[in-house]
Design a protein around this ligand. Structure first.
Ligand code: ADP
Ligand code: MG
Length: 715
């Protein structure tokens, strides 16, 4: 495996005369394929040589439908087999040789295990090859042919042999041997090898790809062409080429993303929203009625929001604050100002459960000021009568704050002077949804997005350049940091004793498991099984079970029971992750914590310690493996932002997906920690706009950027 480009460069710089260079190979491949028609980008994969109906089905399962999809299916990693050596010169480790096979035989050994052994020989000597459980090997070997053989040369049963090598007839373009071999993500039934063979067949199409970026950009940053980059990402000739390919493709990714987000920003800024003037007396009145003092960062955030609302340029602000930092109260203050001016506010929560919770909280906050009667819940779970009533009062404007799920957008509600939209914890409120709501309103809207997912600065700049950001970076003063402890399985009963003390004092507890039901494949705790066990381990207490497969109304019922204190323990999957506010819950126990992301566990534990009581979070390790660095970081760190940065560093480029569950925005090549690349790509995107470049001149870029524009808005 290639760990560093450094390493690759060193190995490949040695001239290797046994294998021709790629230009020769390409020409040959192309020559051969010139007879078959070159497949076009939008052609179905079934047009590609080597893709039969079976393979097509499997590739479809990977989301690969067209030739273009295939081209954009990048290797997960590479194995460097590029150096082909005479057998006499090979050393233990990763090796490639070019040899004939002298003898080969297969046999079954104990317990059904099959071994194939062969002897490979070149002019310099011979070496033993061994395959386990590949009985087809012996029959497929041609005695007089020359092969490239690549694998691990290692000591096995006290003899040095090449173990489970890949082998192909010597040709100008081997795909699995004698080169840097691309390793593709596999799925059931389709092997990396098969994907390599298919990729080889579409190389002429890749080679013919047109440039997608403006030429001034290519020159300015010394990038290689799109075709070169894609050829090299699949079949790199050497480490240097791979580095250049990654630079080009990584740059393009970040450039497209930031361009999309900047275009959104300018587009929104051009629209006109309703002015919501600031009423100082009302704001002061609201604060006076609170039972607590606002934190400085809450004050600063609401101040920024009020300033936005006073303008006709639509607000597009992200309110970012760790779990429990008190975002709801800030949002309520924003809503109040709009309501006072006679405008309507739509407040969207990710689940009905949270919508109900918000409606209760916000009603309580606004009641003392006389605005309680203007708040209404609008969710699927209402009775028809309640719904009709809500619709009527929304239409006539006597309801000014409507709280619901994003179904609010779909509902046939006649809004009355909608001015402000508040979105809590949703990752999929895109430009499209914004447009729909605006169409309903007949004008542009102020939008406040809220998230407890701490987004590191580099990420925020890349993905959310179009958003202004307010950060609540302190917790209410009465909070004690949650005590987080890693627990080894042998200490389970001891921990249960501690938990029982809390429970007998009237506190409540969450137990979180990765799965709903037991799995045949994974040895991981399930909610159903844990529910049974907990009922006997904690026989004096009432236990509830909550998971995503329950009906919405059952979920709401169980959650309500927990909120009302009728249940002491709630066994749950991550459905409780977002927003649930039960201040009396003091303990959380997480089973198989290695199965969760760092940011996710941090979100989960934010469900406890939401009052002046001490909160506890126990991470129940599975087996006797030492805990990972990630889990230890949770023990010593309570700052969501620091953890998010760390998560990003530890997980690398795929992290956006893990953090935001937002597949379309995954960076596949660029690393978010590569601040230099990100800065360059951002500056170029700004440049593109300043130069008044038109996207329509760059069709491929246009297509990608438009798709991204539809999703880059967080929430
Ligand atoms: P989140 O930011 O996770 O949405 P919430 O808005 O649910 O947090 O607030 C968590 C709890 O903290 C609520 O019970 C809320 O009333 C309370 N709270 C909010 N601001 C303060 C504050 N400044 N001081 C004390 N408690 C506060
Ligand atoms: Mg919240």
């Amino acid at each position: 495996m290639i760990n560093s480009n450094q390493n690759l460069k060193r190995r490949s710089s040695k001239k290797n005369k046994i294998v021709p260079n790629r230009d020769d190979r390409h020409d040959l491949v192309q020559f051969r394929l010139a007879y078959t028609n070159r497949v076009k980008l939008n052609d179905s994969i079934t047009e590609v040589k080597g893709v039969g109906p079976e393979a097509a089905k499997k590739l479809n399962n990977l989301g690969l439908k067209t030739v273009n999809d295939l081209i954009n299916y990048y290797p997960r990693r590479y194995d460097d087999y590029s150096e082909v050596l005479p057998i006499a010169k090979i050393m233990p480790g990763t090796v490639s040789v070019r040899a004939k096979i002298l003898q080969v035989k297969g046999r079954y050994v104990r317990r059904g295990m099959h071994i194939t052994e062969a002897v490979a020989s070149d002019k310099s000597g011979s070496v033993k090859l061994v395959w386990f459980n590949q009985p087809y090997r012996a029959a497929s070997i041609k005695p007089d042919a020359e092969y490239f053989i690549s694998g691990q040369f290692e000591l096995n049963y006290r003899r040095l042999s090449i173990m489970n090598p890949s082998m192909e007839l010597v040709s100008l373009f081997p795909v699995s041997t004698a080169r840097i071999v691309p390793i593709y993500p596999e799925t059931k039934g389709i092997k990396s090898l098969q994907i390599r063979k298919i990729m080889k067949n579409i190389m002429p199409s890749i080679k013919a790809l047109k440039e997608s970026l403006p030429s001034w950009l290519i020159v300015e940053h010394g990038l290689i062409s799109r075709a070169e980059a894609l050829l090299a990402i699949h079949f790199p000739e050497n480490g240097d080429e791979l580095t250049k390919a990654k630079k080009r493709l990584g740059f393009e990714e970040v450039f497209e993303l930031t361009l999309a987000s900047l275009l959104n920003k300018y587009q929104i800024a051009d629209e006109t929203a309703l002015k919501i003037p600031f009423n100082e007396k009302l704001a002061k009145d609201f604060v006076k009625h609170l039972t607590f003092k606002l934190t400085d960062s809450q004050r600063k955030a609401i101040w920024q929001i009020y300033k936005d609302l006073e303008r006709t340029q639509p607000m597009n602000r992200l309110l970012e604050g760790d779990v429990g930092s008190g975002k709801t109260v800030v949002a309520t203050m924003a809503a109040l100002m709009a309501m006072e001016q006679g405008f309507q506010v739509a407040f969207m929560a990710p689940t009905e459960l949270l919508a109900r919770q918000h409606a209760n909280t916000i009603h309580r906050l606004l009641e003392p000021l006389g605005y309680g009667g203007q708040v209404s819940l609008l969710i699927g779970g209402l009775t028809p009568k309640q719904k009709t009533e809500a619709h009527r009062r929304i239409k006539d404007g006597s309801i000014r704050l409507i709280i619901g799920t994003h179904a609010l957008i779909a509902e046939k509600v006649n809004m009355h002077k909608l001015g402000l939209v508040i979105i809590d914890e949703q990752h999929r409120f895109g430009v499209e949804q914004r447009k729909k709501l605006q169409a309903k309103a007949g004008h542009a809207l102020h939008v406040l997005n809220m998230t407890a997912t701490p987004i590191p600065r580099s990420l925020a700049l890349t993905l959310y350049g179009e958003l202004d950001i307010s950060v609540i970076d302190e917790k209410p003063v009465n909070r004690k940091p949650i005590i987080t402890k890693l627990v080894s399985p042998t200490d389970r009963l001891k921990v249960y004793e501690k938990i029982k003390k809390e429970l007998s004092g009237g506190r409540q507890m969450f137990i979180v498991t990765p799965l709903i039901s037991d799995s045949d494949v994974l040895d991981v705790a399930s909610a159903e099984k844990t529910f049974e066990e907990v009922q006997s381990d904690f026989s004096n207490y009432k236990v509830g079970l909550l998971h995503g497969r329950l009906k919405a109304e059952d979920k709401a019922k169980i959650m309500q029971k927990f909120v009302d204190g009728e249940l002491n323990i709630l066994v749950s999957t991550t459905v409780i992750e977002v927003g649930v506010d039960v201040p009396n819950a003091a303990v959380m126990l997480i089973e198989n914590p290695e199965r969760f992301g760092l940011a996710q566990i941090h979100q989960l534990r934010g469900r406890v310690g939401r009052s002046s009581d001490q909160g506890y979070c126990y991470l129940m390790l599975d087996g006797n493996q030492p805990p990972s660095q990630r889990l230890r970081a949770l023990e010593s760190n309570s700052d969501g932002f620091k953890l998010a940065e760390l998560d990003l560093e530890l997980r690398g480029p795929g992290a956006i997906y893990g953090t935001l569950q937002h597949g379309q925005l995954d960076l596949r090549i660029a690393k978010l920690t590569d601040t230099k690349l990100i800065a360059q790509a951002r500056a170029s995107a700004q440049n593109f706009i300043d130069k008044k470049e038109s996207l329509s001149q760059y069709p491929a870029l246009h297509k990608n950027v438009s798709a991204l524009q539809a999703v880059t808005t967080l929430n």
